[in-house]
Design a protein around this ligand. Structure first.
Ligand SMILES: [Zn+2]
Ligand SMILES: [Zn+2]
Length: 390
């Protein structure tokens, strides 16, 4: 640490731990008192099966938090604490969306929601895929050769579409499967529908910080014969980029769920493109969202327009367009235009920019990340759940 980096440096701390928590209430009150004492802001999720935490604050306070945890409970032994220095949140809107303007501590049923289906039981986390360190993961990709079709390797991105838009793994002889889901709870259905692509393969899974692969790899392995060889990148893309600062096999930027928005490598290649003009663009700081499903979309500075409504690629595939939304709004029945009419040219549009009709308000920083309901198109769209993941 250089002399200029004083104790006032700001940081973000991410960690999760799957372990049996014998006394949840005790841990809850520990988090309440410890985090408030240290002025940490962010999200803490506790369940009887573990913890999932993203908090920000003074670096020295985050370090004290880690020390206090280790001293308190042997449950945290071996936990991968990911501590990164960064600037303090400057963009209030982003900080609020990411839950970094308040402290939210909650007891939840599941740390991450693998499926929104009430009957699907969560797989046994003890059956999760084997952890590969960043260097093991890297060598597997490096050793994949063309003749043997990548040694039967396949990469599986366990993240959401808006994350993979701006960065993903790419290795010459290995296929990267990109499920293109809006939210994590859609991933199990994708796995069900695409299990043939995974069967008999060595599946190398990755996500931002690792937690999503724990549950999803266990789910794939629960399918039995042919699904034994599932591996997960320990510490996720975050640890990989620390190990390979030039990006290694990871191209583009790592989307993160805090005010940093994304973290890149020294390779400045831009993977994303603007939804409207298709020019290279990968900056989510303006928080443009799809009018229908509220998923984040990439719209470059030139194409951003206060009055514009955006339709993400998934909604476009489902035949939705801004034009059809306006027609339903005004009660007119016309043939909806093919494809998306992205710019709002009609003067009778009643929709406010980037905000669904009938909802209008974010439900607060805790739920705001992906979670508020969107009504429009004459029916309620599924709620994008709060997915606190890394
Ligand atoms: Zn553009
Ligand atoms: Zn959409």
């Amino acid at each position: 640490m250089s002399d200029t980096e004083g104790i006032d440096q700001y940081g973000v701390l991410l960690y999760y731990k799957y372990a049996h928590i014998p006394n949840l209430d005790d841990l809850l009150s520990f988090y309440h008192s410890n985090c408030s004492q240290l002025s940490l802001l962010g999200r803490v999720r506790l369940s009887s099966r573990g913890v999932n935490v993203t908090v920000g604050g003074k670096l020295s306070c985050l370090e004290s938090h880690i020390e206090a945890l280790k001293a308190k409970d042997c449950v945290f032994e071996g936990t991968d604490f990911k501590l990164a220095t960064c600037d303090e949140p400057l963009n209030d809107r982003v900080a609020e969306e990411c839950g970094f303007t308040s402290l939210s501590i909650r007891i939840v049923e599941e740390l991450v929601t693998l499926s929104s289906h009430p009957l699907l039981k969560s797989p046994e986390i003890s059956n999760a895929g084997r952890h590969l360190s960043a260097s093991e993961f890297h060598s597997s990709l490096q050793n994949a050769d063309q003749k043997s079709q990548g040694n039967g390797l396949v990469l599986l991105d366990a993240r959401n579409l808006y994350e993979t838009r701006i960065g993903k793994f790419h290795a010459p002889n290995v296929e990267t499967l990109d499920p293109q889901v809006r939210q994590y709870s859609d991933l199990s259905s994708w796995i069900d529908d695409n299990s043939e692509q995974l069967k008999g393969k060595h599946v190398l899974m990755y996500c931002t910080g690792g937690i999503r692969c724990e549950m999803a790899s266990a789910y794939i392995k629960s399918k039995g014969a042919g699904f034994e060889n599932v591996f997960q990148l320990f510490g996720g893309i975050q640890r990989y980029l620390e190990q390979f600062p030039d990006g290694g096999f990871f191209k583009g930027k790592n989307f993160v769920f805090d005010h940093r928005i994304s973290v890149g490598s020294s390779d400045t290649n831009v993977l994303g493109t603007c939804l409207i003009c298709h020019r290279s663009f990968d900056d989510y700081s303006s928080r443009c969202r799809c009018t229908y499903c509220r998923m984040l979309v990439l719209v470059c500075h030139n194409c951003q327009n206060e009055a514009a409504l955006y339709v993400c690629e998934l909604c476009q595939k489902q035949g939705k367009s801004i034009q059809s939304m306006q027609l339903i709004d005004t009660g007119e029945l016309k043939t909806p235009l093919e494809g998306a009419e992205l710019q709002n040219s009609s003067s009778n549009a009643t929709l406010s920019p980037q905000m669904p009709k009938g909802d209008g308000k974010m439900s607060g920083p805790l739920e705001s990340l992906e979670s508020y309901a969107c009504t429009g198109f004459g029916r309620t769209l599924p709620v994008l759940r709060e997915e606190h993941r890394h």
